[in-house]
Design a protein around this ligand. Structure first.
Ligand code: GLC
Length: 606
C-alpha cells in the first residue's frame, strides 16, 4: 500500500526506548551569543530576495498549540497570542494544519467547507487577526490545502452521492463495480461485495480496508485513498480544478503566503484501474501490502501543478507552494520542481532525508549530496518532524543520548543548504507520547490498527509552555489529548531560563542561519567524505567567512582533520560558533579536533 508514512513507524513505536532527559552541557560561544530571546529577526535579506529560499517554516497543529477559550482544544486566537514567542524563536512563517470546517474524522484533513474556519478554531475574523498579527511580527502564514479529497459531509459529496444524474456526481471517482464471480477477484475484494458486485480492483486505502466504498443510493462504489469519510475528487473533471483553484484564490486574496499541499501526489489514479502488485505480507491494518504505483504519483498531476504555479505566481510577494511529497527518490523529487524548467512547486518536501530513521553519517552525506546535485539547482526543503510521524528525537534517538542526537539533527537542519521545516515542540525536545490504552486513542488508524499501529496521537500532544497543570496550553483540566508527563521539565518557560536547553540551541541555530551570509545563502561542500562516523561540510559565500559543521554520529569520541583544499573555502582562522562539547569552545584549528559522542561543532573559517 502507499508508503505515506515510513514502514519503520509501528515497529519503532514498539521498541522505542524511554526518553532520557539529560541536562544540557553545551556552552554557547560568548563571541556570538546575543541575549537569549531578545527579538531575533534582525538579519537583512536584500529586498529583491525570495523569502522562502531561506525560510524556517514552523508547522502548527492548531488543536494542540494554544487553547485561548478553555475548551481544551487549541484555536486560532491561541496562535495569535503566541506570536511573540514565534517571532523571538526567529522563524519566518507558520504552516497551520487544516483549520477549516470539518467533521474532524481525520482532525481537519476531511474538509467540509474550504472557505471558512471551523467554529472550534474560531472565525474568519480571528483568522484575519492572526494574519495581521503575523504581519506585525514578520511571520507569514501558510495554509494547508487538501485537494485530493473532501469530507463526505462536504455539500459537493452529499450532492454527488445523491444520484448519478446530480451535476456534482462526476466531481468524485465512481465505479459500478464488477460481478463478484469475475475471474481474478480475490478474497480481499470479495469482502466488499454489494448487490453481487465487488470493487473493480484490489486497491486498499492507506488507512485500512478497500479503497472503494459502496453507496446504495447510486449503486456504485466511490474511491477513497484515505478514510472512507475522505472521498477522492475527480481531477479529470475540469470543474474540480476550477473549484479548488478558486478556494486557493479565496485565501491568497486574504493575504496568505502560500500553501502546503496535502498528499499532492495522490490526485490521479490509473485510468485502467489495474490491480496493484502485491508486495507480500500483511500491513498493520491487516490488509495485503500493495504497491501504490497505480494510485500515486501519476504523470498527469504535473499538468495541474504547472497551472497552479502559474496561478499563484501571478500574485505579488512570492507566494510559496510546498508539497507533501513522499516519493521514492531524488530524481522523482526533481520532477516536482519541474526539473530544469522549475515551473512546478517551489518547495516539494524532501521526505527522503528526515524519515529514513537510519542514524548514519554516510547515508545523510549521500542524500544531501544527491539533493545538492540532482535538483537542477533548486533548493531542497528538509524536514525531520510532522504531525504524521513519531517525533525525530525518538526515531533517531538511542534512548540514552536523545537530547544530544536531537541537537545534532537540528544542527544539520539549520546549517544545511536548504529551506527548513520544523514542527511545534521540536524546539523543546518534546518526546512522542503514544497512548498506552486503545480506549484513549483518538486517531482512527490507531483504533483499527491497535496494537500494531497506535496512530498519530503521540506526536500531536499539546504544546508544553510551562509547568503549570495544563502546561500553559489550556485552562481546562480535560484537554483533547492528555498533557504528556514530560511537561514538568520540557517546557518553554524552563527552557528559556536555561542557556543549555534544547530551545536555546534551536534559537541560536536559527540566529546563526539568519545572520551569517554563508549559512543564509552559501553553497555547500562535503568534507572528509570517507568518514563513516562524522558528517562534515563547509558552507561558503564569496566575500564572507565560511562556516564548517561537523557531527559525530557515533557513541565514541572521533578525531577529525578537515581539509579545505579543493573547496571554495579559504582561510585558516577558526572560531567556534556553537558546540555542545565544552572542550570545542576554544578550537582554533581544523586539525585533530576531537568530537565527543554525538556532538555537534559549528565554526567560522576565514
Ligand atoms: C496527509 C496528512 C495526514 C492526513 C492525510 C490525509 O498525509 O499529513 O495527516 O491524514 O494527508 O489527508
Amino acid at each position: 500500500m502507499p508508503k505515506l508514512f515510513p514502514e519503520a513507524k509501528s515497529s519503532l513505536r514498539r521498541t522505542r526506548a524511554r526518553l532520557t532527559v539529560l541536562a544540557g552541557v553545551f556552552a554557547l560561544s560568548t563571541a556570538l551569543l546575543s541575549t537569549a530571546f531578545a527579538a531575533a529577526q534582525t538579519a537583512a535579506s536584500p529586498a529583491s530576495d525570495i523569502w522562502w529560499k531561506h525560510a524556517v517554516v514552523y508547522e502548527i497543529y492548531p488543536r494542540s498549540f494554544q487553547d485561548s477559550n478553555g475548551d481544551g482544544i487549541g484555536d486560532l486566537n491561541g496562535i495569535t497570542q503566541r506570536m511573540d514567542y514565534l517571532q523571538n524563536l526567529g522563524i519566518d512563517a507558520i504552516w497551520i494544519s487544516p483549520m477549516y470546517p470539518s467533521p474532524q474524522v481525520d482532525f481537519g484533513y476531511d474538509i467540509s467547507n474550504y472557505e471558512a474556519v471551523d467554529p472550534q478554531y474560531g472565525t474568519l475574523a480571528d483568522f484575519d487577526k492572526l494574519l495581521a498579527t503575523g504581519k506585525q511580527h514578520n511571520i507569514r502564514v501558510i495554509l494547508d490545502m487538501v485537494m485530493n479529497h473532501t469530507s463526505d459531509k462536504h455539500q459537493w459529496f452529499v450532492d454527488a452521492a445523491s444520484s448519478r444524474t446530480n451535476p456534482k456526481h462526476n466531481w468524485y471517482v465512481w465505479n459500478d463495480g464488477i460481478p463478484a464471480d469475475s475471474p481474478g477477484v480475490g478474497a480481499f475484494q470479495k469482502k466488499y461485495e454489494h448487490e453481487g458486485k465487488v470493487p473493480p480492483n484490489n486497491w486498499t486505502s492507506t488507512f485500512g480496508g478497500s479503497a472503494w466504498e459502496w453507496v446504495p443510493a447510486v449503486h456504485q462504489f466511490y474511491y477513497h485513498y484515505f478514510y472512507i469519510q475522505q472521498p477522492d475528487l475527480n481531477w479529470r473533471n475540469p470543474a474540480v480544478e476550477k473549484a479548488m483553484f478558486d478556494t486557493m484564490r479565496f485565501w491568497l486574496d486574504r493575504g496568505v503566503a502560500g500553501f502546503r499541499l496535502d498528499a499532492i501526489p495522490t490526485l490521479f489514479e490509473d485510468t485502467q484501474l489495474r490491480n496493484a502488485p502485491d508486495k507480500g505480507g500483511i500491513n498493520a491494518q491487516g490488509d495485503p501490502n500493495l504497491s501504490d504505483e497505480y494510485q500515486s504519483n501519476l504523470p498527469e498531476v504535473h499538468g495541474v501543478i504547472r497551472r497552479m504555479r502559474a496561478m499563484t505566481q501571478a500574485y505579488p510577494g512570492n507566494r510559496v507552494l510546498i508539497g507533501e511529497t513522499y516519493l521514492p527518490n531524488t530524481a522523482e523529487l526533481d520532477l516536482w520542481y519541474g526539473g530544469a524548467k522549475k515551473d512546478e512547486l517551489n518547495l516539494p518536501m524532501d521526505m527522503l532525508m528526515g524519515f529514513t530513521n537510519k542514524f548514519d553519517a554516510t547515508d545523510f552525506r549521500n542524500h544531501i549530496t544527491e539533493a545538492e546535485t540532482q535538483l537542477h539547482g533548486s533548493l531542497p526543503l528538509f524536514v525531520f518532524d510532522n504531525h504524521d510521524n513519531i517525533r525525530s528525537i525518538d526515531r533517531f534517538g538511542d534512548g540514552t543520548h536523545n537530547p544530544q542526537i536531537a541537537r545534532l539533527l537540528a544542527g544539520m537542519l539549520f546549517t544545511s543548504h536548504a529551506a527548513v521545516l520544523t514542527y511545534y515542540g521540536e524546539e523543546l525536545g518534546m518526546p512522542t507520547t503514544t497512548p498506552t490504552r486503545k480506549e484513549d486513542v483518538k486517531d482512527p488508524i490507531g483504533i483499527t490498527g491497535w496494537p500494531k499501529e497506535k496512530g498519530r496521537d503521540g506526536e500531536r500532544t499539546p504544546m508544553q509552555w510551562d509547568d503549570s497543570p495544563q502546561a500553559g496550553f489550556s485552562t481546562n483540566a480535560s484537554t483533547w489529548l492528555p498533557i504528556p508527563p514530560s511537561y514538568k521539565t520540557i517546557n518553554v518557560k524552563s527552557e528559556m531560563a536555561d542557556p543549555n536547553s534544547e530551545l536555546a540551541w534551536f534559537h541560536k541555530l536559527i540566529e546563526l542561519r539568519r545572520t551569517l551570509p554563508a549559512l543564509h545563502d552559501g553553497g555547500v561542500t562535503m568534507l572528509d567524505k570517507s568518514n563513516t562516523n562524522v558528517l562534515s561540510w563547509v558552507r561558503t559565500l564569496p566575500g564572507h567567512p565560511s562556516v564548517v559543521s561537523a557531527f559525530n554520529f557515533s557513541a565514541q569520541p572521533q578525531t577529525i582533520t578537515l581539509d579545505l583544499t579543493g573547496t571554495p573555502a579559504k582561510g585558516t582562522q577558526v572560531k567556534t560558533l556553537l558546540s555542545d562539547a565544552p572542550a570545542l569552545q576554544s578550537t582554533t584549528t581544523l586539525k585533530d579536533i576531537t568530537l565527543p559522542p554525538y556532538s555537534t561543532w559549528i565554526a567560522t573559517v576565514e
